[in-house]
Design a protein. Sequence first.
Length: 150
Amino acid sequence: MKGIKYISILAMLFTMVMVAEGGAFFGFGQTDSFKVENGKAVFALADVSDGKAHYYSHEVDGKDVKFFLLKSSDGVIRAAFDACDVCYLEKKGYSQAGDFMVCNNCGQRFHSSRINEVEGGCNPSPLNRTIEGGNVVIKVSDIRDGLRYF
């Protein structure tokens, strides 16, 4: 009987942690919002400058193209699709562990300062972005290019 109580408590704690984390590890976490203006997705720089990965989704041809933004430890705003060239078929994306993005399918870890610098393999697939004033700007056409992953 004690074993069942122990397992029940562990299951409850696991559920609470997953709800608190938004379920992002399994790819069904809450996404942040942004606005689209003149063919550009616009994100307030202040909203993505906390060192945490911020996940977004944009509908293209009836499919959600998922991506994330984060400010890496070297102070650069990074952007990548929530997919890679290897594991994208599993549709599990990445989760953040400190200064690393971790593939939720194979477990490989990628230092945040390498996002947008290294591509191919299981690296998060780069997404072009620019800084314009107090905003991060991504062309909607560049987001559309990620449709193949989703």
